[in-house]
Design a protein around this ligand. Structure first.
Ligand SMILES: Cc1cc2nc3c(=O)[nH]c(=O)nc-3n(C[C@H](O)[C@H](O)[C@H](O)COP(=O)(O)OP(=O)(O)OC[C@H]3O[C@@H](n4cnc5c(N)ncnc54)[C@H](O)[C@@H]3O)c2cc1C
Length: 463
């Protein structure tokens, strides 16, 4: 690996020359704010934080870093869960937070071109006025750039796809400061190598995204939601497979285990009881279609032995349901005072989801850990939240996480469905992709970032 240089006074002078004084800081408080994401990984300080406001400024910063061999870690909103945005090797934190504008809305094409620092929730608030929305929804206050770089997904991926399925074109600044355009505004693209999707999910290790054209969808005219409860986990997750097999176009299909369901009911005032629960959402253009879909969902759930089923078209009830689900982690942190968290993220083909959940439960029991499981079940994506306070529990949490990841890979799945590799999943890359594929990835990295300055220490296992 390249030896990196510290951010010397000379480098600071060079950076200051391409930025304005309020766009650069070496203050400890600013560096601390960008030292850690939302994961359990240890914080690490960069030496300087910069907030460029244009693609050209990003290019200028990277040109300096490339010439001086200084690490650069892009920063969106810092909501990653695998240490993705921690500046492990110091250097420059490049925050895109001030590049947060909508550039052009192409409403007739269902597209919008944005700067990367815009939050997807802010974007959707603005798009709502035009009857449109950007579908990927990680729940946290993520930036569009961070979502693209992690290929984030969420509750609605089952219908609308992950972030990678909702981007058409990007402007990217390469490690050496050169700007390139990848993709196009055409929804069909067949022209050469798909560089667009090479950068998506690359976690800021291949280039910095400075602009993106996103696919939008019309806001559904009718939205209904349902909560189904089951006597046991096996039945609930089997219902997930049946619902997917039904051909119904479900917009969200979330699994919540009994312990989490009980905790959220108690803490958040929802009425999900103490049983494994499925949350569902259906989008339709007509009231009749929504009604028919909901009837079929109910028949399938009850056919699978659901002990409770409550459907609604009431917006407030649905919003409460999603607020509770999306703020689950905050609720857990409030309840488990003083704990740190190991958050697992694995995904498997949908037919293997019941086996994955069963294995995860057995593993948690074997390690004497609480069972707090949730998942974007419609995509075969499972999350496990493991609280710990002491070193012994942390080690058991790590062992349980590792066992579940390896099992997910054995089931034909992946070490990470949506949180990305970051620091925590690097050790599984060989197992998931094989040595030759990881070597090809390293070669791509070497081609695009020969000095290895972009977000070093991420994705790749130590040689
Ligand atoms: C409570 C909670 C719930 C969550 N739920 C989900 C979920 O359901 N689904 C999901 O997918 N994720 C989820 N996440 C994780 C997180 O929100 C996503 O990974 C999100 O994509 C991170 O976006 P960010 O803007 O915070 O990026 P950051 O954390 O700032 O950065 C993420 C990565 O992208 C790089 N990066 C940032 N901006 C750029 C850019 N412009 N160009 C190149 N690289 C860049 C960074 O270097 C880093 O590697 C959750 C997080 C929390 C805290």
């Amino acid at each position: 690996m390249t030896q990196f240089n510290p951010v010397s006074d000379k480098v600071l002078v060079e950076l200051t020359a391409v930025l304005t004084p309020n766009q650069i800081s070496t203050a400890r408080a600013d560096r601390q704010q960008h030292a850690q994401d939302m994961s359990q990984h240890e914080p690490h300080l960069s030496e300087v934080v910069v907030w460029p406001s244009s693609s050209q400024q990003v290019a200028n910063v990277l040109r300096i870093a490339h010439a001086q061999r200084i690490p650069v870690t892009a920063w969106g909103a810092g909501s990653s869960l695998e240490g993705n945005s921690i500046p492990l090797f110091g250097g420059i934190t490049l925050s895109l937070a001030r590049m947060d504008q909508i550039i052009t809305l192409h409403a007739d094409d269902f597209q919008v071109t944005v700067q990367p620092g815009i939050g997807y929730k802010d974007l959707n608030a603005q798009l709502g006025r035009h009857g449109l929305f950007f579908a990927p929804d990680p729940g946290a206050n993520a930036s569009v750039g961070g979502m693209l770089a992690n290929n984030a997904a969420g509750s609605r991926t089952v219908k609308y796809g992950a972030t990678k399925d909702n981007v058409l074109a990007m402007e990217v600044v390469l490690a050496n400061g050169r700007l390139i355009q990848v993709g196009s505004r055409s929804v069909k693209q067949s022209a050469g190598y798909d560089l667009l999707h090479l950068f998506v999910g690359s976690e800021g290790t291949l280039g910095v995204i400075t602009q993106a054209t996103l696919r939008l969808v019309p806001l559904p005219a009718y939205i209904s939601s349902a909560v189904a409860t089951f006597a046991d986990v096996a039945t609930a997750v089997s219902a997930v497979v049946d619902l997917r097999a039904s051909g119904l176009d479900i917009a969200a299909l979330e699994f919540i285990d009994a312990a989490t369901s009980e905790l959220l009911s108690r803490e958040e005032g929802v009425d999900w009881g103490e049983n494994p629960t499925l949350l569902l959402e259906i989008h339709a253009a007509h009231a009749e279609t929504a009604g028919l879909d909901l009837t079929l969902v109910q028949e399938i759930c009850q056919g699978m032995g659901a002990i409770g089923f409550a459907a609604t078209t009431d917006t407030a009830v649905r919003q409460k349901m999603w607020h509770t689900r999306h703020h689950m982690f905050e609720t857990l942190r409030r309840v488990f005072v003083g704990h740190r968290w190991q958050l697992a993220d694995v995904a498997v083909p949908i037919s293997q989801f019941p086996a994955l959940v069963q294995f995860a439960r057995q593993t948690l029991q074997a390690h004497n850990l609480p069972e707090l499981l949730v998942g974007h079940a419609g995509d075969g994506n499972l999350h496990i939240a493991i609280p710990y306070k002491d070193e012994a529990t942390r080690q058991r949490a790590n062992l349980a996480n590792e066992a579940v990841v390896l099992h997910a890979i054995e089931l034909g799945g992946t070490a990470t469905g949506e949180h990305g590799v970051g620091i925590g999943k690097a050790k599984f890359m060989m197992r998931e992709h094989g040595e030759t594929a990881v070597t090809v990835m390293r070669q791509l990295k070497q081609t695009l970032d020969p000095h290895g300055i972009l977000n070093p220490g991420k994705i790749f296992p130590n040689p």
